[in-house]
Design a protein around this ligand. Sequence first.
Ligand code: NAI
Length: 335
Amino acid sequence: MVKAAVLGAAGGIGQPLALLLKTDPAIKELRLFDVVPVVKGVAQDISHVDTPAVTSGHVKSDDGEGLKAALTGCDIVVIPAGVPRKPGMTRDDLFNINAGIVRDLAQGIAQHCPKAFVLIISNPVNSTVPIAAEVFKAAGVFDPKRLFGVTTLDVVRSSTMSAQAIDKPNSADEFTIPVIGGHSGHTIIPLLSQSKPALPSSLFEDKEKLAALVKRIQFGGDEVVEAKAGGGSATLSMAYAGFRFAQQVISAAFNGKKGVIAPSYVYVADNKEITQSIGKDIAFFSVPVELGPSGVEKLHPLGDISPYEKELLSACLEELPGSITKGVQFIQQPK
Ligand code: NAI
């Protein structure tokens, strides 16, 4: 009996994500929440799909009852609420609006379903996940095993774009590539040297081609932002990726599936093996996560990385700690 909620369910990501979740037979209740009343219509629409999940729509209300109804008793909460990028914007430019949205929603989770798995899509993920963690800590309910920043779109792009780079566009799902670091530009580190199956050695010998592929993966979101020309950022591929990660969490946590490993941006501060493999004491980082009944079962260290990937890691570590601190300070020292 998995009860799932999508917060920001009337949006570009929220709607297709809710539809995909409705198709998952493991979900018996699906609650859709948004600030805009159309979310009730979205829920009504999706409710006609002939799968088990009983679907309901909930609108934000001043007394908090809307959020309470959406969250009470939930096992898994996915958050794509907030504003998306427009051309020329970085994910960090979204901080001022989305930080407050994620804070308020995390407070609701702390109150109404503190044991739920929380999957954060709202950008900047590098800061919004620390924000949620601080809210949970302040409420005394922080469980680092249950809080995830969704970086699956970077994993999906790595697979697709690597296949395209070696002229095998139809074999995209063939390449499983761990993506570590954060979820923004230079903080995204695709470990192409660890691809399974291995990518051809000719790709690694052609330094320019390799760098172009890495850059395309890191800034793949910009391709969509520019093509939509002011109409938002990735929504459909993100819904696919968010659904894939939600299904991985559900299958490992509720259906007893073993050996489910997926990269995610999680709390790593207490894990010396991980921080040593990163080479820095850092609180949050995306690493391959083994999922299990209580969420994070095991964090996998970075493994052997190439000299070029070490350079990418250094660049990531110049930016990521600042984004984490910005999120932490937003809660600890509100202006
Ligand atoms: P959108 O604007 O289409 O949808 C956002 C929805 O959130 C809207 O329906 C809005 O009414 C709702 N919302 C706003 N404030 C809310 C609140 N306090 N409570 C509940 N709902 C609220 O935006 P889109 O394209 O769906 O993107 C959503 C977020 O996802 C953005 O921050 C975007 O940057 C991020 N994103 C993350 C990706 C990732 O890989 N993690 C990839 C693509 C986008």
